[in-house]
Ligand binder design. Structure first.
Ligand code: URA
Length: 174
């Protein structure tokens, strides 16, 4: 049993289109997600919708969206490696059943939790990683973009736009 089950209200499995070619992995449910039972429905979710839409990717039609862990950590802290290990087979099952072509890893917790890569997100974002015939694209977490709202060239939001343009280009080739 995982301790997160003691404090959560709802298990947050996923939202979006199970047939989508893009699969998005975030960190963990927050307060709104815990209340509604759906991922990325709070402020970070709105930011995710905005950046996806800016490259003509429909968040619910073109994507299937989930998190590394399915229950909200108290005070929205990062999930621990034990909590991630308790939950990881669910995520692995989601990916092996849905067989997405592209996986967007939103933030370093997703990159480390799923691929085991500890590189800082500033270094690894924007670079394709291919594993088991799936193309993984690490991007900044949308909550980080909320804290860094400038759209100026070279800033996190502009960089995320470049990363998602690369995703859209790949999607159009499929
Ligand atoms: N909401 C989610 O579902 N996941 C995150 O990583 C952040 C907000």
């Amino acid at each position: 049993m995982c301790d997160l089950s003691k404090t959560r209200n709802n298990v947050v499995a996923a939202k979006g289109n199970p047939s989508a070619k893009i699969f998005i992995i975030g960190e963990a449910p927050g307060e709104k997600e815990d209340i509604t039972g759906f991922p990325f429905v709070g402020r970070a979710g709105k930011m995710l919708d905005t950046v996806l839409s800016s490259v003509d990717i429909d968040p619910l039609e073109d994507c299937y969206i989930t998190n590394i862990v399915k229950c909200r950590p108290p005070e929205n802290r990062r999930p621990t490696s034990l909590e991630i290990s308790r939950c990881i087979t669910w995520l692995e099952d989601q990916i092996s059943h849905l067989k997405p072509s592209i996986v967007i890893l939103a933030g370093s917790t997703a990159v480390e939790g799923y691929l085991g890569i500890k590189d800082p997100i500033t270094k690894i974002r924007g670079t394709w990683i291919v594993k088991n015939e799936i193309k993984f694209m690490p991007i900044f977490h949308p909550a980080y973009l909320l804290r860094n709202p400038s759209k100026e060239k070279g800033k996190p939001k502009w960089l995320t736009w470049q990363d998602l343009k690369a995703v859209k280009k790949e999607l159009d080739l499929l």
